[in-house]
Ligand binder design. Structure first.
Ligand code: SF4
Ligand code: SF4
Length: 307
């Protein structure tokens, strides 16, 4: 145990994986729980998997603090002013506007609109005005240990994942020391938006051919956007050694390995994954936290461990 005060910092970590089912949520939730339970610094988990946020399911000690509605501005065409010139149609890169002059029809499809505002600029007849429309909800919770959980939840039918993720990330608390972004699976725009301002990305994979295939895609994406990253191998012990060989060949940092456990899999199925991590996994988490805190605070990482 140490009494040393850690310097003020906001370390931003993102937890990502090339595909679902690798244990990304398990790592994000456990890392958050482990940090807020055992360390003196304040931690916030931001669930950016807005199509299917499920971190809250595993954090049963969380209490709702606030709820916000996230909106986008959707253009509305006033048929009394519209001259059906179709200029707005040619400005819209997302094919969200339909204008049929012979039948004097003009309409915006909200599910395709990206709220770029180009059609407003295009229209010289003042026929377009903007109105807010809900894309999802952002809820913030506090847990028993003083940690915060924030989740974005996309409205059914909305395609604005990236916009909602951006908005959800704006709900970071000012006084937290560590923020963990739980990214959606894959390598598409919502993932890039989630990891964009992270200091470090923790990739979670499994030692199987599918795990390796998706890991390679994610590594490619992170290298393209020049983001530092390391890998946690979940379910270690199953599959083969090809993921290890890939990491070693590519000189990618292996942060830790979480052994496969049948009992853990059944606990996950009932939402009971906290306080049940085994000692090996606890040691791994502690080592990872120590390593990252040391690296990003220029310190040896010996922070106020509560016990
Ligand atoms: S705001 Fe942009 S995306 Fe939406 S309808 Fe206008 S031009 Fe298209
Ligand atoms: S640019 Fe304006 S006037 Fe022309 S079709 Fe679009 S909404 Fe109508």
């Amino acid at each position: 145990m140490t009494t040393k005060e850690h310097p003020k910092l906001t370390l931003k970590l993102a937890i990502a994986s090339g595909k679902g089912g690798t244990g990304k949520t398990t790592v994000a939730v456990n890392l958050f729980h482990f940090m807020s339970k055992n360390y003196s610094f304040k931690t916030q988990l931001i669930d950016c998997d807005v199509e299917e946020p499920n971190d809250l399911l595993f954090l049963q000690d969380c209490e709702l603090e606030s709820e916000d509605i996230s909106t986008q501005l959707i253009p509305f065409i006033d048929n009394d002013k519209c001259t059906y010139c179709r200029k707005c149609v040619s400005y819209c890169e997302f094919n969200a506007i339909v204008v049929i002059p012979p039948v004097e029809f003009a309409e915006v499809n909200p599910s395709l609109c990206h709220s770029c505002g180009a059609c407003i600029v295009a229209c010289e007849d003042g026929a377009i005005s903007e109105h807010p429309a809900e894309i999802g909800k952002i809820r913030s919770y506090k847990n028993d240990q003083g940690g915060f959980l924030t989740e974005g939840r996309l409205k059914i039918g909305s395609a604005m994942q990236t916009m909602l993720i951006k908005d959800t990330k704006q709900h970071a608390h000012e006084d937290v020391d560590v923020i963990i972004f739980d990214a959606p699976p894959g390598t598409s725009c919502p993932v890039v938006e989630t990891v964009a301002d992270a200091d470090y990305v923790i990739l979670v994979t499994e030692p199987t051919p599918f795990g390796l295939y998706d890991l390679k895609l994610t590594v490619e994406m992170l290298r393209e956007i020049q983001k530092p990253f390391g890998v946690i191998i979940n379910k270690a012990g199953i599959g083969d050694q090809k993921v290890h060989a890939f990491l070693s060949n590519q000189k990618i940092e292996l942060l830790g390995e979480i052994p496969y456990s049948k009992s853990y899999a059944s606990k996950y199925a009932t939402g009971d994954i906290l306080n049940n991590i085994n000692i090996d996994t606890e040691i791994q988490y502690k080592a990872i936290i120590r390593k990252l805190m040391a690296r990003y605070t220029q310190d040896e990482g010996d922070y106020n461990f509560k016990r």
